[in-house]
Design a protein around this ligand. Structure first.
Ligand code: MN3
Length: 203
């Protein structure tokens, strides 16, 4: 049985950037629903019920055809969100509103400056059509900014996610309505650069 991971902060901790009701619905309803659907799919295949999310995703070709679709949608959705919560932290606890050390060096060497990286990321996030995600990823020796649709992850293409942003309307609509650009811009103050730097050190 897969279970909903607790948030590393309270539902109102990201206010005023992300309001408590948005966080609560996003976590307890949206995230929970995809875990429930993953568990329901796995219950028809008891042999795979004990597999971790990482195993399910990395060994998806070994799964029965009828389970692959469930894993492709719901396990990726679960995985993206579990890590998404961890790369944010409350504004008032954010003693690193901009990166430094390894992650800053990597960003500057790939995008000229932190500011140009930030504006490229924001532009791509705003321009992405429909639901999906905007990502800073490591690919080979370089960093890239990409977007994906729905639940797709750069890991599917062998790219390592470092920092990402949920572009589904459920992530911002209560507070920002149609103003995605305002949400994208405000979210910079929540980035947990310590967590992003840990993602960098994976490779
Ligand atoms: Mn979401």
């Amino acid at each position: 049985m897969h279970t909903l991971p607790p948030l590393p902060y309270s539902y109102d901790a990201l206010e005023p950037v992300i309001d408590a009701m948005t966080m609560q619905i996003h976590h307890t309803r949206h995230h929970q629903t995809y875990i429930d659907k993953l568990n329901a799919g796995l219950s028809a295949h008891p042999r795979y019920e004990s597999w971790s999310v990482t195993d399910l995703l990395s060994k998806i070709q070994e799964l029965p055809d009828s389970l692959q679709g469930v894993v492709r949608n719901h396990a990726w959705w679960h995985h993206n969100h579990s890590l998404f919560w961890k790369i944010m932290r409350p504004v008032q606890e954010n003693n690193r509103p901009t990166p430094w050390w390894a992650i800053e060096q990597a960003i500057v060497s790939n995008f000229w400056s932190f500011e140009s990286f930030q504006s490229s990321f924001s532009d791509k996030a705003v321009a992405h059509f429909g639901s999906g995600w905007c990502w800073l990823v490591q690919s080979g020796d370089s960093l890239e900014i990409i977007t994906t649709s729905n639940q797709d992850s750069p890991l599917m293409d062998g790219k390592t996610p470092l920092l990402w942003l949920d572009l589904w309307e459920h992530a911002y609509y209560l507070h920002y309505q149609n103003k995605r650009a305002d949400y994208v811009s405000a979210r910079w103050s929540l980035v947990n650069w310590d967590a992003v730097e840990k993602n960098l050190s994976i490779w």
